[in-house]
Design a protein around this ligand. Structure first.
Ligand code: PHE
Ligand code: ZN
Length: 885
């Protein structure tokens, strides 16, 4: 337990470490409650540090058995030892050795940081600051060491012993029932990439030969009996390895690559060198237990962690402020991988949906922070959508600005120049400035200014002069600690189309012309607060298609007429903007309807919009794309668009009414789509088959929204006969959303069939937690008593409590404050078990200031209740205080 008051860490205070650790030899004897960790460190003063400075090693809750300096006891006046620190007052000023033994209790470790137990396994999690819960160390990412790890365990308790790097030795210890393995990782790495696993585990194995001929042994370790559910992950791993060679020229560098799936994990997965540890949710999949979305996520997370081997491990971060250096870049890389494996257009839409639903609200509320923050109280709280998703968008935008060729030249330069080091964002950007021969100072502001810029465009066509004038304006609201912003450099990819869809050739002219280069690339660079661009010789009034492919993470104010939106939906060659135009139209209608609902009237919807959906539905093109077009913006998306004085009940009412109108208006068409997409083919998780299922289920959902008497029996039939989890959960989700006897029957049947599959039961929790009815809170409370639920397991907690707080807008934001009180209570209870997960749940309050006044008051009271408790973890305290700040 930390007793001191946490102090903020500031980027401006960065100093190189006074000491370096070249080699680490660990000898770890696994024991359920008393694991012994012997650590031999080879240290030396850092030439870049302060000569003669004390040596301060980090610890967290440690119990030291002994400490030796160069093999001898240390005079007690020179050594200060607490559970959180080991301090040597006057360390030698030449290379020296420290030997430290600690004893730790993995069973008592409910925070899931450091060494802990999950199911039948021992495993570790060290990022960001977990290694200090194993032994005293310079726990900072710029201290790189070569590790040799000996792991010893009772054979019956841990047959499998895995570490970083290559296994160099193993054997049994005669007459003790114990055995050991020694792993050596030749690549210097920061301690956050350290990992070990011991346990009774099943496994599957394969090989990958790199393009230079290295034969790599691949292994995936899972709970015994689940081996066959790891085959898709293995396939995704091999495709990731091949892709990184082909697209980024990056080869794997060890003889072994292992992945271990555990059921208790705070995050998605972890890129430890040569030994990735995964939340089993991102490894295990079979058609009967995993949805198409699960398969796509497994593919993406496997790729993400694998790609970290270069972007994160070979080149790591100098300090935690540089987190986006590895995360933003690696998310960008996994997005590109998924785009190449699946439909690029559909992936882009899905990624932008995620950015808008996760990152935009963060940027618009009290938790807004820079992609490269400059201060933090608890680094765990900065593994955010801003660092990850917005960080990825900045890389994509950089590529739009400098072009593909310069981008890849810059990447190659980055790998060549910084391999084996701990780098900064400035060093990263310098590589691209050099490759593109371009000053990227203004672009860098994206890393240092938080908030989502807003771009307004006025378009005017002069028939006489045959000119089109576009007037761009950018602005960005203040965010915590940043009252004013400098203009961002915003690349706006664009095109002009005629009302029949024909593309219009671009000709610049006059003093307001776009540069030749901008025209050639189809990108206007908005670098100032305002910019006017005039196009000459435009024969007919064009429809501008702006921000194609979502070329910058901004909000685009859209003043296009409905007719123009319909032209874009029907004809734009940029499929992202076809989808966007439909979303913009839907959003406009819904925002208007929210006002109507609030004034107590019944909303009516525009026939033209429903007709446009019909025309999209009738196209026989990409079903996955059509499914995205007919899926309306979510309630949270609408709340974000409204931005202030939000009434979640009115939003729900408006959206429900539009879904009903579409279901009624397109009744025969939706039914026809549903029936036409029925497939008798054997299951395949590929994108084409998944796209057909997505459209079929989206059609059924809308059909049921408008025609429940006819639709629900269809859903029930699908539920009972489904052979894939995708179809089964889609049907159950519809049945659950409609009150009635079928709901409870179906939920019970589902539980009975899948009771032994924790990951499937998570879906069962999510569906129930997100029912938009006043009885849901009572249901959630009673499900907490269910045998399958545990606050100790992050996946269960996120599925029930997290889904309620972030996926149930009307009930979490219930007008009486009961949802807020509930969440505050859970956060306080969970804080003493797992502060990292507790803090994440609390972040569900991030948009509280945009609510109508009564709810605002209730949310604030709940946050204050949390903030006022003494002995809070730094994680929860930080989120509570920043949310209120
Ligand atoms: N570095 C991990 C990833 O993004 C995330 C992570 C952070 C996992 C902290 C565990 C703890 O791939
Ligand atoms: Zn990552």
């Amino acid at each position: 337990m930390r007793t001191d008051i946490p102090q903020p860490v500031r980027l401006a205070d960065y100093r190189p470490s006074d000491y370096l650790i070249d080699r680490v030899e660990l000898d770890i004897k696994l024991h359920a409650t008393a694991t012994r960790v012997q650590s031999k460190l080879s240290l030396r003063p850092n030439p870049k540090g302060v000569p003669g400075a004390p040596l301060i090693l980090d610890g967290d809750d440690l119990k030291a058995k002994y400490v030796l300096l160069n093999g001898a006891q240390i005079d007690s006046s020179g050594l200060f030892l607490t559970p959180d620190q080991l301090r040597l007052e006057t360390p030698p000023q030449e290379p020296f050795h420290l030997e430290i033994e600690t004893e730790i209790d993995p069973t008592a470790n409910t925070r899931l940081m450091g060494l802990y137990r999950s199911g039948t396994a021992y495993c570790t999690q060290c990022e960001a600051e977990g290694f200090r819960r194993i032994t005293y160390f310079l726990d900072r990412p710029d201290v790189l060491s070569v590790y040799t790890t000996r792991i010893e365990a009772d054979f019956r308790e841990a047959q499998v012993l895995l570490g970083n790097g290559n296994r160099i030795e193993s054997g049994t210890i005669e007459g003790t029932g114990r055995h050991f393995a020694i792993w050596h990782d030749p690549f210097p790495k920061p301690c956050y990439l350290f990992a070990l696993v011991g346990g009774i585990l099943g496994s599957i194995h394969d090989r990958f030969v790199t393009r230079s001929g290295r034969d790599v042994a691949l292994g995936i370790y899972v709970e015994p009996g689940k081996e066959t559910s790891a085959t898709y992950a293995m396939d995704a791993l091999k495709r990731s390895m091949a892709w990184d060679e082909e697209v980024f020229g990056r080869e794997y560098d060890l003889d072994v690559f292992n992945i271990v799936a555990v059921s208790d994990f705070n995050m998605g997965a972890m890129e430890n060198k040569g030994l990735n540890v995964f939340n089993d949710k991102y490894v295990l999949a079979s058609p009967a237990t995993a949805t198409d979305t699960d398969y796509a996520q497994i593919e993406a997370v496997i790729a993400h962690e694998y790609f970290h081997n270069w972007t994160g491990n070979r080149i790591t971060c100098r300090d935690w402020f540089q987190l986006c250096l590895k995360e933003g870049l690696t998310v960008y890389r996994d997005h590109e991988f998924s785009a190449d494996m699946r439909s690029r257009a559909v992936r882009r839409i899905a990624d932008v949906r995620t950015l808008r639903s996760q990152q935009f609200p963060e940027d618009a509320g009290p938790l807004a922070h820079n992609v490269r923050p400059d201060t933090y109280l608890e680094i765990n709280n900065f593994y955010t959508a801003t660092v990850y998703e917005k960080g990825a968008e900045l890389i994509r935008m950089l590529k739009v600005l400098i072009g593909d060729e310069a981008f890849h030249k810059g990447m190659d330069l980055y790998f060549a120049r910084h391999d084996g080091t701990a780098a900064t964002i400035e060093e990263f950007i310098a590589c691209f400035a050099e490759a593109a021969k371009r000053d990227l100072t203004q672009f860098s502001l994206w890393y240092h200014q938080s908030g989502t810029p807003h771009v307004e465009v006025e378009s005017a066509y002069d028939k006489q002069a045959q000119t089109l004038t576009l007037d761009f304006t950018q602005s960005c609201k203040p965010t915590p600690g940043q009252d004013t912003k400098q203009p961002f450099l915003i690349p706006i990819a664009f095109g002009l189309i005629a009302s029949d869809g024909a593309p219009i050739a671009l000709q610049a002219g006059g003093s307001d012309q776009a540069s030749e280069d901008e025209l050639a690339r189809g990108v206007i660079e908005l670098a100032t607060t305002r910019r006017r661009v005039v196009f000459q010789s435009v024969p007919t009034r064009p429809v501008p298609s702006l921000l194609r492919g979502f070329s910058a993470p901004v909000r685009l104010g859209n003043s296009s007429s409905e007719a123009d939106l319909l032209t874009l939906v029907a004809h734009d060659t940029d499929s992202f903007n076809r989808w966007q135009a439909a979303q913009t139209y839907a959003t406009r209608q819904l925002l208007h309807a929210v006002e109507v609902v609030r004034s107590g009237r019944k909303p009516i919807y525009d026939e033209a919009f429903i007709d446009a959906l019909l025309r999209v539905l009738e196209q026989s093109s990409d079903p996955a794309f059509i499914a995205q077009v007919i899926t309306l913006p979510g309630e949270a998306d609408l709340a974000r668009e409204i931005g202030e004085n939000v009434d979640p009940d009115a939003i729900h009412g408006a959206r429900k009414a539009l879904r009903q109108a579409i279901g009624e208006g397109l009744k025969p068409n939706l039914l026809q789509t549903y029936q036409a997409l029925t497939s008798k083919d054997p299951y395949s998780p590929d994108a084409t088959a998944a796209g057909r299922r997505a459209l079929r289920n989206a059609a059924l959902d809308l059909f049921c929204a408008g025609n429940p008497e006819e639709g629900l029996p269809l859903a029930l039939q699908q539920f009972e006969s489904a052979t894939t989890m995708t179809d089964k959960i889609a049907a159950l989700s519809i049945l659950t959303a409609h009150a009635g006897p079928e709901r409870e029957k179906a939920l019970e049947a589902f539980y009975a069939t899948h009771a032994s599959e924790a990951l499937v039961i998570d879906k069962w929790f999510i569906l129930q937690a997100t029912i938009p009815e006043p009885e849901t809170l009572a249901r959630v409370k009673s499900l907490m008593q269910h045998a399958a639920f545990s606050l100790h397991n992050p996946n269960r907690t996120r599925s029930l409590i997290g889904a309620f707080a972030t996926g149930n807008q009307t009930q979490f934001n219930a007008a009486d404050g009961s949802g807020y009180d509930f969440l505050a209570g859970i956060v306080l209870e969970l804080d003493s078990i797992n502060p990292q997960v507790a803090a994440r749940l609390l972040a569900a309050f991030r948009s509280w200031r945009s609510l109508e006044t009564k709810r605002q008051g209730l949310a604030e009271a709940a946050l204050r209740r949390v903030a006022s408790v003494s002995g809070l973890s730094p994680d929860v305290k930080d989120i509570a205080e920043r949310s209120l700040g």
